[in-house]
Design a binder for this molecule. Structure first.
Ligand SMILES: NC(=O)c1ccc[n+]([C@@H]2O[C@H](COP(=O)([O-])OP(=O)(O)OC[C@H]3O[C@@H](n4cnc5c(N)ncnc54)[C@H](OP(=O)(O)O)[C@@H]3O)[C@@H](O)[C@H]2O)c1
Length: 349
């Protein structure tokens, strides 16, 4: 038994009190056990293939193109309705061994009740033909009642974010996922989670791109050692977003970005994604075209001078494209640019 002097004990006590006082931010970072005997990918790769809107066989082919191009990271979700097609690609003999790539999926809103969390992940694993994920995200900070049809979803007031998170924490100890994280949280929601979580979120996936830079929000995560995964990194290129701000140029046709790319002898998509990577976010562009999948990967070699970065900072439009809050009857992104509590005037865009 270790005997400590009185002075040493009180120093230890003071240290312990300090640790407790630090609250959520002193949570141990996730130290995953190894779900498979081989060493899995150590760090989340800074670029991954997005899979929303990649349908059926297109999803299978896109994953094949990504692997042969040299991607080691896929970003999917149960609600994208294509996990069996992604699983077909993962099962192909040409695919790399499982421990060589990073696999993210997301828990859908109808499975937030604690008893549904593990079955939801097990279904995803079975669809993907794999035994573990690298990262499982709570897709939205919103629970839906599980017993309502998709076209009439009702918010489930009886299930809190923390209830769901606790069940997700159990998935790490069950070796079903190496890390857990969140997506689309507001500062208030994340703060509340950090106060009571046993496991700190490894990553936060949210919309950010040159038209919605949210630099302070990104910096906050980096300061607290939470990875930022930048979704829709090509801004309004996703056709689902085309009607949202009709006055805003498609980013790939934006004069500023076209000229910057031309100057550097790269494509506009590479310039935009390269900026996302240089600012320390993980970018997950989606494409089903082999040429574009290859093109996007080359953005890892792009770099900007401080002068260029300052000019890019001025290109922020605070334009958020993905906000289903109104149709769900909830307020999302409180306090953030383009969030439900901030109404942009047309002339701002
Ligand atoms: N957590 C969340 O709530 C959430 C929400 C949104 C998205 N995400 C994730 O983030 C991923 C990426 O976001 P996103 O799909 O919204 O949009 P995105 O990746 O920013 O843009 C995708 C669009 O850009 C086109 N594209 C891709 N590369 C291109 C290139 N080099 N040149 C020209 N066009 C190009 C694609 O067309 P083609 O496919 O026709 O090539 C597609 O229409 C998603 O797939 C998903 O994995 C997560």
């Amino acid at each position: 038994m270790l005997l400590l002097s009185h002075g040493c004990q009180s120093r230890l006590l003071a240290f312990a009190t300090f640790i407790v006082a630090c609250g959520a931010l002193s949570l141990p970072s996730q130290t995953p056990s190894r779900p498979e005997s081989r060493n899995p990918v150590k760090h989340i790769p800074n670029i991954g293939l997005g899979l929303w809107n990649s349908k059926d066989d297109d999803a299978t082919k896109a994953v094949g193109y990504a692997f042969s191009a040299g991607y080691h990271h896929l970003d999917g979700a149960a609600v994208y309705d294509n996990e069996p097609f992604v699983g077909t690609a993962l099962n192909a003999s040409s695919s790399p061994p499982r421990h060589r790539y990073w696999l993210t999926s997301k828990l859908w809103n109808t499975a937030h009740r604690p008893k549904f969390v593990r079955p939801a992940l097990e279904k995803t694993l079975s669809d993907l033909n794999t035994t573990y994920l690298d990262l499982y995200l709570m897709h939205w900070p919103v629970a839906f009642r599980p017993d309502t049809p998709p076209e009439r979803q009702v918010v489930d007031q009886d299930t809190s974010i923390l209830d769901t998170w606790r069940a997700m924490e159990d998935l790490v100890s069950a070796n079903l996922t190496r890390y857990i994280g969140v997506s689309n949280f507001s500062p208030r929601e994340l703060d509340a989670l950090l106060k009571d979580a046993k496991i700190k979120p490894f990553a936060h996936e949210f919309e950010t791109h040159p038209y919605l830079q949210q630099q302070e929000w990104v910096d906050w995560h980096h300061k607290h050692d939470i990875k930022v995964i930048a979704y829709s990194p090509l801004a309004n290129s996703n056709p689902t977003y085309h009607d949202k701000y009709p006055k805003l140029d498609p980013i790939l046709a934006d004069r500023f970005w076209n000229e910057l790319a031309l100057d550097k002898n790269i494509t506009t998509a590479q310039a935009i994604l390269g900026w996302g990577i240089q600012r320390g976010t993980v970018v997950i562009p989606k494409s089903v075209h082999q040429k574009r999948i290859l093109e996007n990967l080359a953005s890892v070699n792009v770099s900007f001078t401080n002068d260029e970065l300052a000019k890019i900072a001025q290109q922020d439009r605070r334009a958020r494209f993905n906000d289903p809050g109104r149709s769900w009857g909830v307020e999302l992104f409180e306090g953030l640019d383009g969030g439900s509590n901030r109404f942009l005037l047309d002339h701002e865009l």
